[in-house]
Design a protein around this ligand. Sequence first.
Ligand SMILES: NC(=O)c1ccc[n+]([C@@H]2O[C@H](COP(=O)([O-])OP(=O)(O)OC[C@H]3O[C@@H](n4cnc5c(N)ncnc54)[C@H](OP(=O)(O)O)[C@@H]3O)[C@@H](O)[C@H]2O)c1
Length: 245
Amino acid sequence: MITGASGGLARAVAKQLADHDWRLALITRYAGKLDIGSYDERQAIIEADVSTSSGAASAFEQCVDRLGQAPTALINCAGSVLMSPLHRTREKHYRKCMQANLDTSFFTLSAFVNACLERKQAGVAVLVSSVTARIGVGNHEAVAAAKAAVESLARSAAATYSKHQIRVNAVAPGLMRSPATEWLFSTANNTRQLEAQYPLGRYGNVEDVASTIAWLASDEANWITGQVLPVDGGFTAVRPLQRAV
Ligand SMILES: NC(=O)c1ccc[n+]([C@@H]2O[C@H](COP(=O)([O-])OP(=O)(O)OC[C@H]3O[C@@H](n4cnc5c(N)ncnc54)[C@H](OP(=O)(O)O)[C@@H]3O)[C@@H](O)[C@H]2O)c1
């Protein structure tokens, strides 16, 4: 099950998992936003808003109806990117940010572990955090707080459900070029500035993060749980030499 299915990261994850023969339940709030022609019968497009408990439950019920089974893997790509300094962040933007990032993670993970426990089946979940949860990045207070909560959620759930063979991990991406961030690349100079922030000399692509998610969801990672894996070109790990001008 992949949530936020119309988004840049979700589409890349869906492609990589489909290439590895996964059957996919693609969850979106607006099915009309997905190009149905590009999906095959091993994939169900399911309309649900997973930012509520009832919406998440509906996504799982529809998945069983359409694919004949509950998901064995959950990838919660639903989320948002909010660049706004704390003193300018209105309550409605804060609430929307928590809803998109934390509520979707909480309610989909809750529905997922319930489905696994009911069926006594193993499972794997991957949540999506951000570098902003791990290091102070200016003007990201709301999303930083939401993603830090997502990371804690992943660790606590990993502890609770490891005895049921349910693995829970997260990835923490740096900047990925996607529909959510395209506006940042409006000029060549802006693009160069963004590239310069990353020790490996480039910003990320959704494919960089999708391949890590696909690996965490695979059996190759079956001894990994409770981890948050940064996928960020070195942004949170190394500090390049700063030159005085
Ligand atoms: N892009 C970056 O640089 C970056 C960096 C770090 C972390 N991330 C995280 O990576 C994930 C994917 O980002 P992306 O770049 O692919 O963004 P995106 O293209 O905007 O996709 C996110 C998707 O989440 C769903 N969504 C948004 N608000 C929602 C809400 N309130 N309730 C339920 N679903 C909602 C939407 O899908 P539907 O309309 O289909 O439901 C949307 O297309 C997000 O969690 C984001 O925070 C992104």
